[in-house]
Design a protein around this ligand. Structure first.
Ligand SMILES: [Fe+2]
Ligand SMILES: [Fe+2]
Length: 494
């Protein structure tokens, strides 16, 4: 059973192979947009609103142009093209991974049936909600990072920030396309709302908590791209398995772009840790290196604790009937669903999960289907640990004993089984008083944030880096580290 909207007609049937992106169009795309005039017009109507949003709430630092990558094909090879482009002329468009005409639903009660090219009526509301929630996070992070360019530690880092920003803008396009193409008038209204809600806005905030937090400085930006963009990666990973094929193909291509955001986070924190170790060694191993122009390891740990815990909340409650229903209905799969060695229906399966009982964390057996948010979160945590290992290797290489740690899953949580409990980073359940006495040692205090902010002075000379971060080993796209990745607007002005 499918449902179409009489105002937009049928959604365009994707035809393959679609690997080439048409840049002669006003909206670059590989979905044959000009075969569907109505959809094309609707999206062309949304385009100026997007550009207005970008100008008002996108990057604040004026630039002439930026060395950006643009997708030219969605296939495995050579999908990216690099060039200096004025940011507002970036070719945001609609790119879906190629269609596999034989694709089958790989889980849930429709297992083995052909993937859906249309939205089944009974799942219309749920699918739209999933797309709206995902879509809402994309422009939110651009808004959160709006003023970071003013304090960039280097032109190289500035370029990476802008690359992340334009791609999050494109991810918004990806979700808006689905809303316009498959959800009729309601979808178009939701697409409008995606530009009207804004990060931190008191009247119309973004949907999810972590996307209303301010990104105050570059340490937080790197922690955000490491921990919060990684949440995005895992959410996209579940939607990539969706029985609704256009959503699956959209997310598959978004994941390719997302890999760069992970890279920015992993290497950004790594370079800070390297510099911190260097400054510590130069000053007899002391922790408080603010006065020497570095970020203390203890403060890096607090930022890590904060960003990890707010990102954990994005996975929702450990037990969720919705998550189970989305799975059984085929809307949202598990991380790497097709590689899992089980029946992909999970009706009989159980697992263990932690709960807090009488002031202690104990395990309880629950039905697997009810705990799919936890399943995804566990995958995420294991992935997060990889970066921490890498950062600790940098500390070891520098001859230091100190290590960074991922806090306990229950630390500083607002959602799920730990929401009404205080748990230390080591996993000890604490009373209110003990928590209050210790929390400033675990989460960034206002003074910590101020001390970090004080270090954030821009370094715009090509090849130079602020004193609190090490240079990267290599540049972008085989260019040297000192390459002119960004031309600021001031240049060339008499
Ligand atoms: Fe994204
Ligand atoms: Fe991202």
């Amino acid at each position: 059973m499918t449902q179409t909207d009489d105002r937009t007609g049928d959604a365009p049937a994707p035809t393959g192979p679609l690997s080439k992106i048409d840049y002669s169009e006003r909206i670059p795309n590989n979905v044959n947009l000009n075969d569907d005039r109505r959809l094309q017009r609707a999206l062309e109507g949304w385009q100026p609103k997007f550009l207005d949003w970008w100008k008002t709430l996108g990057p604040a630092l004026p630039t002439k142009d930026v060395y950006l990558r643009t997708a030219i094909a969605v296939g495995r090879d050579g999908w990216a093209h690099f060039d200096h482009v004025p940011m507002e002329e970036y070719r945001w468009g609609i790119f879906l991974a190629e269609q596999n005409p034989d694709r089958k639903v790989s889980f849930g009660k429709h297992l083995g049936k052909p993937a859906w090219q249309e939205v089944p009526g009974e799942h219309r509301a749920d699918l739209m909600r999933l797309i709206v929630v995902q879509g809402d996070t994309e422009p939110a992070s651009v808004e959160q990072q709006r003023v970071l360019g003013n304090t960039a530690p280097s032109i190289y880092d500035l370029r990476n920030l802008f690359q992340v920003n334009v791609e999050e803008g494109r991810h918004l396009w990806a979700m808006v396309y689905l809303l316009h193409a498959y959800f009729g008038r309601e979808g178009r209204e939701e697409a409008e709302q995606l530009l009207k809600r804004n990060s931190g806005d008191l009247d119309a905030p973004r949907i999810l908590g972590a996307f209303n937090e301010e990104t105050t400085d570059w340490l937080q930006f790197f922690m955000f791209t490491y921990f919060t963009d990684r949440d995005g990666k895992y959410q996209l990973g579940t939607l990539k398995e969706s029985a609704f094929d256009p959503l699956a193909r959209t997310c598959e291509f978004m994941l390719k772009e997302e890999a760069h955001h992970m890279f920015v986070g992993t290497t950004g924190v790594q370079r800070i840790v390297e510099k911190t170790a260097e400054i510590m060694n130069a000053h007899g191993g002391v922790d408080d290196i603010f006065e020497h122009g570095g970020i203390p390891l203890s403060v890096i740990q607090k930022y890590l604790n904060f960003q990890f815990s707010v990102s954990m909340d994005l996975f929702g409650s450990e037990q969720s009937t919705n998550a189970g229903n989305y799975y059984s209905s085929g809307l949202k799969g598990r991380w790497q669903e097709t590689r899992r060695k089980d029946d992909h229906v999970l009706l009989e399966d159980v697992r263990m999960m932690n709960v807090v009982e009488d002031g202690a964390i104990v395990e309880r057996e629950v039905p697997m289907l009810s705990a799919l948010n936890l399943d995804l979160r566990d995958e995420y945590v294991a992935d997060c640990a990889n970066g921490v290992r890498r950062w600790n290797q940098a500390l070891e290489d520098a001859g230091l004993e100190e290590r960074l740690l991922l806090p306990h899953e229950g630390f500083n949580r607002r959602v799920g089984v730990y929401a009404n409990h205080h748990v230390s980073p080591e996993g000890e359940v604490l009373d209110d008083e003990t928590w209050a006495a210790k929390v400033d040692g675990w989460l960034p205090s206002a003074e910590d944030r101020q001390a970090v902010a004080d270090l954030m002075v821009p370094e715009y000379e090509y090849g130079k880096f602020a004193g609190w971060i090490a240079p990267p080993n290599t540049g972008i796209n085989d260019q040297p580290v000192e390459f002119d990745y960004v031309h600021l607007a001031e240049e060339g002005l008499a």
